[in-house]
Design a protein around this ligand. Structure first.
Ligand code: DGT
Ligand code: CA
Ligand code: CA
Ligand code: ZN
Length: 577
């Protein structure tokens, strides 16, 4: 039983209660409970198992007893009974863009729909178009969402597999016959999405280790169980390969299976030029007079080819081999460099946690500042703030700031970029803020040049500190609107506008492929979680992984700066920065 499982069960209960049309307060209590479990400072699983959860804020008596049952027995009767009231496939429906609890409830109650395949059939026979509250447009949208899901059936978000990878690595490390453990492949390279996971171990007992791998608690089915390679499918649907090699082969296998394929091809041809043939097991000499280099670690492979070590995130054959030859591999940013972060929401708009709770979590994370930017009035579906509520929030922030030592909340706004590129607030309001994130949230169907002009116009505003989620993409869910990245980067450089790396797991926007260009033009990046709850502030770690993939160094990232430097920067007019 892990903390995450406890939280997930509570969240599922909340969802099931919502489907049943239960009292919203009860629903909220479970959702809040899940957040509390995630953020709890202490061994929550052990405490729950020992029934010692009394008096914890956010966990009432009912929740306390359920957590105890869950942690001590591994399951919860209340949860199981609730689940039994609905078809097992009903949870898939929530993955579809545009389907929330209300709609899923309606689909289930009126048409008995309890899975995506049933929904698809209903769409295809036109039943959804006739359903009150749905209509033809929704039917078309749902069919599109289902098609998209089918396309991405074997694609997983980096963030979604990260906890799994950590757990599996830990279990492998505990195996007495395993001396070295690594995860390779696209996961190690920090690709925003991955198709399968590639684990690697060094062992003298490959057969035994391969067999044991198939018994991991995460495994759903065994695809192949060989002597040195095993493939399994995990419960969440992702395929997972394990390769068992000798200690001497390990660095070579790690280098090979980390990829990318394009990087490997280039490295191999470089090796050949030096008279060495390289594969997943080792070096061999093409000509007898060539000496075989000694390799203990992966870095030795690069060194012996005359290259500096290439961090896995950069291995995409996009200039990293040239940089490693010229000794210009950048020193990449690390999580410990971050001093604060921007673009966060609170209960004032569509966030789940209060201003105070968000600040407390940021302090807990060791940050010196936190930028709050709730939605502006045009984002009414997100309860965007009008001028009065924004000024009230500014007041609240000022009062809180008076009580902090070595920490500060910055008062901002995530101001909507309207269709014509103007902003949702007047300059008279924007000028009072500490900072401002400008984002597109509606009218996505402009042409590329119209959308680019719209965004550039917003960046020209002297109060727009940073541009939010450049393309609006939702990974595996929704395509980006079309924008000309190169032009936006140029405009950001000219107007001294920061571009955010929105590290909400579905966004990771701007895409890593564009950051080196931005960096080289002197555009600053801000790693922003776009957090709608305290737990999601932790996504800055994911942001750092993608920033590394984008070749960014500490100095390229605005929120690595100290509170003092950031205060100074924000007070300086854009054209003087
Ligand atoms: P994905 O699709 O997210 O699983 O991406 P990867 O990069 O993890 O790809 P995967 O799992 O098929 O293979 C892992 C690594 O193994 C890959 O990055 C490079 C290496 N590799 C696989 N097939 C080939 C190949 O045909 N040639 C070379 N040079 N390398 C390969
Ligand atoms: Ca892979
Ligand atoms: Ca693989
Ligand atoms: Zn936004």
């Amino acid at each position: 039983m892990t903390r995450e499982t406890l939280a997930e069960v509570l969240e599922e209960i909340a969802l099931l209660l919502e489907l049943k049309g239960e009292n919203p307060f009860k629903v909220r209590a479970y959702r809040q409970g899940a957040e509390t479990v995630r953020n709890f400072d202490g061994e929550i699983v052990e405490l729950a198992a020992a029934n010692q959860l009394n008096g914890i804020k956010g966990i009432g008596d009912a929740l306390r007893d359920k957590l105890h049952e869950l942690a001590s027995t591994g399951s919860l009767a209340f949860h199981q009974n609730l689940r039994a009231e609905f078809p097992a496939g009903i949870f898939e429906l929530f993955d579809l863009q545009g389907l929330g609890p209300k709609k899923v409830k309606a689909l289930h109650e009126t048409l008995g729909i309890g899975s995506i395949s049933e929904l698809k059939a209903a769409c295809e026979t036109g039943k959804i178009a006739d359903l009150p509250g749905f209509g033809l447009k929704t039917q078309i949208k749902l069919l599109e969402a289902i098609a998209l899901r089918e396309t991405f059936a074997d694609t997983f978000l980096l963030s979604a597999v990260t906890p799994l990878v950590d757990e599996i690595l830990e279990l492998l490390r505990m195996h007495p016959e395993i001396s070295r453990v690594a995860v390779a492949g696209s996961f190690r390279r920090a690709k925003e999405t991955v198709h399968d996971l590639d684990f690697l171990v060094a062992t003298k007992e490959p057969v035994l280790v391969c067999e044991d791998f198939t018994t991991l608690p995460h495994v759903e089915t065994v695809i192949v169980c060989g002597d040195t390679k095993t493939s399994v499918r995990l419960k969440n649907g992702i395929q997972c390969d394990l390769r068992a090699v000798s200690n001497a082969q390990f660095p070579f296998a790690l280098q090979y299976f980390t990829g990318s394929k394009e990087h490997n091809v280039a490295i191999r041809s470089l090796a050949l030029k030096k008279g060495l043939s390289l594969n997943e097991y080792g070096f061999s000499a093409v000509k007898p007079e060539v000496e075989i280099p000694e390799v203990n670690e992966e870095i030795d492979i690069y060194r012996s080819l005359g290259l500096d070590f290439i961090p896995p995130e950069l291995r995409e054959n996009r200039g990293e081999i040239e940089a490693a030859t010229d000794h210009t591999i950048p020193r990449l940013i690390e999580l410990t460099h971050l001093r604060g972060t921007f673009h966060n929401h609170t209960t004032a708009s569509d966030g789940h946690d209060t201003l105070e709770a968000m600040a407390d979590e940021a302090i807990e994370l060791g940050l010196q500042y936190l930028g709050i930017s709730d939605h502006s009035k045009s984002s009414f579906q997100a309860r965007g703030l009008d001028e009065t509520r924004l000024l009230d929030q500014m007041d609240a922030i000022r009062k809180l700031n008076a009580g902090y030592e070595n920490f500060r909340l910055f008062c901002g706004s995530e101001v909507d970029i309207l269709k014509d590129g103007s902003l949702d607030f007047d300059d008279s309001i924007l000028s009072q803020l500490d900072f401002c994130v400008a984002s597109v949230h509606n009218v996505f169907n402009l042409t590329e040049s119209e959308m680019t002009a719209r965004i550039c116009k917003a960046m020209e505003n002297e109060y727009v500190t940073m541009l939010g989620h450049v393309t609006g993409r939702l990974l595996l869910r929704r395509d980006s609107y079309s924008v000309d990245h190169a032009k936006i980067i140029d405009c950001a450089a000219e107007t001294r506008t920061i571009i955010e790396l929105n590290c909400s797991p579905l966004r990771l926007d701007m895409d890593w492929r564009w950051w080196k260009r931005a960096r080289d033009k002197g555009v600053l990046c801000s790693i922003n979680p776009d957090a709608h709850s305290t737990a999601r502030l932790h996504h800055i770690g994911l942001g750092v992984r993608l920033a590394r993939k984008g070749w960014l160094r500490r100095e390229d990232v605005f929120n690595t700066r100290s509170l003092k430097d950031v205060e100074k920067f924000l007070k300086t007019p854009k054209n003087k920065r």
